[in-house]
Unconditional design. Structure first.
Length: 598
């Protein structure tokens, strides 16, 4: 049982040491380690990995990561786990979707695979994990390289100085335990999927490494482009924007920022034009496809390229009946097709960063995006470690997606009680987002005062867009209160109804009328759209939600582990009656926008 093994040093003492995990909590894998990956050739590490669930953290106590392959017949002691043979799972995947016995498993799991590498003295080697939920500790050849917190953003580990020629062993310890200091904390309304559920890749670079490339129109301008780069090991870089500009960017201490005189064809939902971009520094080169547009607010208006726009949206979770949180291209295309059928120009990617392909496809398809971090409900706002985690998740999201013209809103939280600690935490996040990216609007799903029936939230003054989640006719049974809130409130900036809706169980078990019926949901959509259309400071909506989604907290007879507010059932095919009502409302809005030129 490895208790006598040299691996676990003083292993018997370790059995009684509840501080065993401290050595593996460096939290050092953050946005600072990111490299720009656009256009790079990745070596995929997807496919079969050895796997073991580890409910008791035995692998950290016994140091499974330091074991060496050995044929079972030659072992001098009994092993409690064999990282090199045994159970195998596919990466990417969520373990809940692989075996019934893992469905409610919350804890640590070990992923192991070999890496066969040629020595390359002139190059550097980076591991990228697309997403692993929630704490991922990385070990190579028995050495701990660090850990990353956050379930939905990518992270990088430089392996250059840790690899050996020939066979290497990579191990990831992935822990999805819900904890009070996390982002989100224990209580959410979505399923706590675990595992390595986005792609894992290796990137080889020369010694020179392009870490970052940021392109946008300069603030308030249509004839100047700002380019900012971060590069290790070069004095200058060459930027080409096809058909538009070709410039040299001088670097000081690895950073270069220039303004280029250029009037790009503007990106918009009607004309989602993208430019091919290439950045070259020494032997390193990256590429991207970038659109240029302005998104601004003026009073209660949202302006896209200077013209008012009304956001015809839909909210969507990253959830699939069969795959869990694993996102496929086919799934994304179906999602955008459904949004098109709804006559949408906008989508809320709730409640955490979605797969990066979502915003890339939105760029191509001309759908505006609200992107979000999971500062959800009762976060541990006074805790500095929680704040550092939230800030890092925000920074990773922004660095990953800030060249996506489609992404117009960074949302920093959802339905958080208006305490002093929350105000401090979230106003800090808003400032952090603006400092990293002054070219987008900042939002959060804010609060309504249910006594005074007014939009009332101290956070709103730090935002560009006030998101409001309201469920009049569902959780709030007096529908007319919505109209009262509308009249009582006089926000000085645009409001987007970031959620509204009702559950509908359309299975044979579902009711024919009343709560949870398809007819009731449809009626809520009729009343909601009619009321909201009359509020002039409401500049868009993203009803809750496109598809039914899995959630532990819904166990009623019509829910059975699912939130059934989808306009489409969990099969992602069967539309409920409310789908056509929203589609008709948006068609009308789109027609009006065309007629008024907004
Ligand atoms: C909300 C939450 C969302 C829930 C939804 C619901 O306000 O933001 O995460 O899923 O309500 O269905 O209750």
């Amino acid at each position: 049982m490895l208790e006598r093994s040299e691996l676990a040093e003083n292993a018997l003492a370790a059995l009684h040491d509840e501080g065993y995990a401290r050595a593996y909590d460096a939290r050092n894998l953050t946005h600072r380690g990111m490299i720009f990956t656009g256009g790079r050739v990745a070596q995929s590490l997807d496919g079969e990995w050895n796997f073991c669930v580890d409910l008791l953290d035995t692998g950290l106590r016994q140091k499974w990561f330091a074991m060496q392959p050995q044929p079972p017949s030659e072992r001098s002691e009994p092993w409690d786990y064999d990282p090199f043979m045994g159970e195998v799972v596919p990466v990417p995947s969520n373990w809940q979707m692989l075996q019934d016995k893992w469905y409610f498993f919350e804890g640590g799991s070990w992923y192991t695979r070999p890496l066969d590498l040629e020595p390359d003295p002139d190059g550097r080697l980076f591991l990228r994990v697309g997403a692993a939920s929630y704490d991922c500790k990385v070990f190579l050849n028995g050495t701990y390289l660090g850990n990353h917190l956050g379930a939905s953003t990518p992270f990088f580990v430089e392996l250059t100085d840790h690899v050996r020629p020939g066979r290497n062993w990579l191990m990831l310890f992935v822990d999805n335990r819900r904890q009070a200091d996390r982002v989100p904390m224990q209580n959410t309304d979505w399923f706590n999927y675990g595992g390595v559920y986005r792609e894992v890749s290796l990137y080889r670079t020369p010694r020179t490494v392009i870490r970052d490339l940021v392109l946008s129109l300069a603030p308030d301008s249509y004839d100047r482009i700002t380019a900012r780069v971060e590069i290790e090991g070069a004095d200058s870089a060459r930027l080409q924007i096809e058909g538009l500009a070709e410039v040299e960017i001088p670097l000081t201490d690895g950073v270069g920022e220039i303004e280029i005189a250029a009037s790009p064809r503007l990106w918009s939902p009607e004309d989602p034009h993208l430019y091919d971009v290439t950045l070259t520094a020494g032997a390193d080169q990256v590429r991207d496809r970038v659109g240029f547009r302005q998104i601004q607010r003026r009073g209660t208006e949202i302006l896209l390229n200077g013209s008012p726009i009304w956001l015809r949206g839909i909210a969507v979770h990253e959830d699939d009946r069969d795959l869990g949180k694993v996102t496929t291209e086919e799934d994304l295309i179906r999602r955008f097709d459904h949004a098109r059928d709804l006559n949408c120009n906008f989508m809320r990617l709730a409640h955490y960063p979605h797969h990066e392909r979502a915003a890339q496809l939105a760029d191509e398809r001309g759908i505006l995006i609200w992107a979000e971090i999971p500062v959800y409900w009762a976060i541990d706002f006074p805790n500095p470690a929680t704040r550092a985690d939230a800030e890092n998740q925000l920074a990773e999201l922004i660095r990953r997606d800030r060249n996506r013209a489609s992404v117009v809103i960074w949302s920093i939280g959802n339905e958080n009680a208006d305490t002093d600690a929350r105000l401090d935490f979230m106003s800090g996040l808003a400032a952090h987002a603006r400092a990293m990216d002054p070219t987008r609007l900042i939002a959060a799903a804010c609060l309504v005062n249910h006594q005074t029936l007014r939009i009332e939230d101290r956070l709103t003054e730090h935002l560009d867009i006030i998101g409001i989640n309201e469920y009049y006719g569902w959780y709030d049974e007096d529908f007319d209160d919505l109209g009262r809130i509308g009249k009582n409130s006089s926000p000085d900036r645009p409001v987007v109804i970031s959620e509204t809706g009702a559950d509908a169980d359309i299975s044979p078990e579902g009711p024919a009328e009343g709560l949870f019926s398809e007819a009731y949901q449809a009626e809520i959509y009729r009343k909601q759209t009619a009321t909201l259309a009359g509020l002039d400071y409401v500049k868009g909506m993203s009803p809750w939600i496109l598809y039914d989604f899995r959630t532990e907290r819904r166990q009623g007879i019509y829910q059975r582990g699912w939130n059934r507010k989808g306009l489409i059932a969990a099969d992602k095919t069967t539309r409920k009656a409310a789908f056509d009502i929203l589609a008709a409302f948006y068609a009308e809005r789109a027609k009006e926008a065309k007629e008024t030129g907004s």
